[in-house]
Structure formats: structure tokens, C-alpha cells
Design a protein around this ligand. Structure first.
Ligand SMILES: NC(=O)c1ccc[n+]([C@@H]2O[C@H](COP(=O)([O-])OP(=O)(O)OC[C@H]3O[C@@H](n4cnc5c(N)ncnc54)[C@H](OP(=O)(O)O)[C@@H]3O)[C@@H](O)[C@H]2O)c1
Length: 248
């Protein structure tokens, strides 16, 4: 790590996977800017812990990513406050489920807005700043559902598959400017997003995984740290699956 801390923007970092990523990256010395609508208790505690431990640093930037038209100002203000952005982790998403035939259009729209439109627009403005620096790392959080499918998650799966196509094409577009773009595809994770799953459904996922267990948020956070680090400098346009072998 350089003397000057590298700024990494992590969306949806108030809980679940985003918070685990924020914790991992601060422990690795990054200056993490955590975006979410509200500052959760665990995020507040994580910020206090980082201040005690003197590794990297962790800052909260409240923002509703559904407000796509306000994204340019968000990026402008963050750059003014923190300086150049080295990394962007597009993690925030919603996981609405249900049979497509009866899913309300407003729910479908929210899925597409938050999981696909918003990260694409956010990346647009962040990548412009990275181009000026001639360096940067983008990690998009997809899902194995984007390539395996799952009954009841058709609209969600469409948004996650979209992030995979986005990752590959953008990697080609900005690679010559020194910017790496990759995705992680987690399997089932125990977070608020999946609290609706029954114990039996959870057990079935475990039984079907090669390693007979679930990956956890820290496993995925480690993969994100790797993709942001110097050891991944020659990796771009790829998808790193972290699912305990569910799709093996
Ligand atoms: N859980 C799984 O099994 C699983 C599996 C594969 C992939 N994933 C992917 O992993 C990522 C994280 O999922 P998770 O399970 O950690 O979800 P989660 O526990 O529901 O957390 C979602 C995060 O996104 C933020 N968020 C939601 N709406 C927002 C908005 N309008 N503006 C700003 N922030 C918003 C939430 O904060 P606020 O509510 O405070 O805004 C929260 O920090 C997602 O991309 C998901 O698709 C999850």
C-alpha cells in the first residue's frame, strides 16, 4: 500500500456483504467511503473500531442510490471531500423475490433501477475521474443467480446477469486507461436480503454445494480485496465465483 491511502467507494456498506467489504478494506489500509441510506448500528460500531485501530479509515456518505439524477453531484462532492477515487465496489442492491406473473411493476422497476441503472450511472461518473488518474479498480457484485437462475428471482436474476455483461464490456472499454473491471458472483449468503428463506431451503443449498457449506460475507470480502489489490493487476473482465462450489 502507498503512503497515501487509496479511496474506495463501497455502496450498500451499512450491513451484510457491503459492511464486511468495508471492514476488510479498512483493515487492509484503504480509506473506505461507505454509501447507504442510513447509518446502521454495526456501521457506526465499525467506524468507531477503525478509529481505535489506526488501520485505514471508514467514512459514511448517506445517499439514496435510487435517486439516479443526483449521482453526478454525489461523485463530485465525494471527490472534493476525499480526493481521487481508486476503487468502486458496486454492492448495493435489492433482492425482491416472487413469481414474475404477479410481481408489481413498481417492484420490477425498483430492481432494475437500483441493481442495474444506478450502478451503471455511478460507474460512469466514477470512471471519468479514474480516467483522469490513469488508474482505478471497479468490482461489481453480481450473483450466481445471474447465470444459474432460480425460480422466483427472474427479475433479480436479469439485473445480476446485466452486471456481468456490463463488467466484460467496460473492462474492454477502459482497460487501456489503466482501469480494471471485474465482478464477484457470490452464492447464497446469510444476510438481511435472504432472511425470508426457510431453513429447509438453506439446508438444500448447503447439500448442493461441493464443500457442503455456505460461503459467508467475509469469503466474498476477501475476493473483493484481492481484485482491488496489486496482485490482481493483470485481471480484468472476469467473474470470481464465491459459492462454496454450488455451481461447480
Ligand atoms: N445475500 C445473498 O445471498 C447474496 C447472494 C449473491 C449476491 N448478493 C449480492 O450482494 C450484494 C449485497 O447483498 P446483501 O445480502 O448484503 O444485502 P442487504 O443485507 O440487504 O444490504 C443491502 C445494502 O444496500 C443498501 N441499499 C439498499 N437500497 C439502497 C438505496 N436505495 N440507496 C443506497 N443504499 C441502499 C442497504 O442500506 P440502506 O438500506 O441503509 O440504504 C444495505 O447497506 C447485493 O448486490 C446482492 O445482490 C447477495
Amino acid at each position: 500500500m502507498n503512503d497515501k491511502p487509496r479511496n474506495v467507494l463501497v455502496t450498500g456498506a451499512s450491513r451484510g456483504l457491503g459492511l464486511a467489504i468495508a471492514r476488510r478494506l479498512t483493515a487492509a489500509g484503504y480509506r473506505v467511503i461507505a454509501v447507504a441510506r442510513s447509518k446502521s448500528k454495526p456501521l457506526t460500531e465499525a467506524i468507531a473500531a477503525v478509529e481505535r485501530d489506526a488501520h485505514g479509515s471508514l467514512h459514511f456518505a448517506p445517499f439514496d442510490l435510487g435517486k439516479v439524477e443526483a449521482i453526478p453531484d454525489l461523485v463530485k462532492n465525494l471527490r472534493k471531500e476525499f480526493g481521487p477515487l481508486y476503487g468502486l465496489v458496486n454492492n448495493a442492491a435489492v433482492g425482491h423475490d416472487g413469481a414474475l406473473a404477479v410481481m408489481h411493476n413498481s417492484r420490477i422497476e425498483e430492481l432494475v433501477r437500483l441493481n442495474t441503472l444506478s450502478p451503471i450511472v455511478l460507474t460512469k461518473y466514477v470512471v471519468r475521474a479514474m480516467m483522469a488518474e490513469g488508474a482505478g479498480r471497479i468490482v461489481n457484485v453480481a450473483s450466481i443467480i445471474g447465470f444459474t437462475g432460480y425460480s422466483g428471482l427472474a427479475a433479480y436474476a436479469a439485473t445480476k446477469a446485466a452486471m456481468l455483461g456490463f463488467t466484460r464490456s467496460l473492462a474492454r472499454e477502459v482497460g487501456r486507461l489503466g482501469i480494471n473491471v471485474n465482478a464477484v458472483a457470490p452464492g447464497f449468503l446469510d444476510t438481511e436480503m435472504t432472511h425470508g428463506l426457510t431453513g429447509e431451503q438453506r439446508e438444500r443449498v448447503i447439500r448442493r454445494s461441493a464443500l457442503r457449506r455456505l460461503a459467508d460475507v467475509d469469503d466474498v470480502a476477501n475476493a473483493v480485496e484481492f481484485l482491488l489489490g496489486d496482485q490482481a493487476r493483470s485481471i480484468s473482465g472476469t467473474v470470481l465465483t464465491v459459492d462454496a462450489g454450488t455451481t461447480a
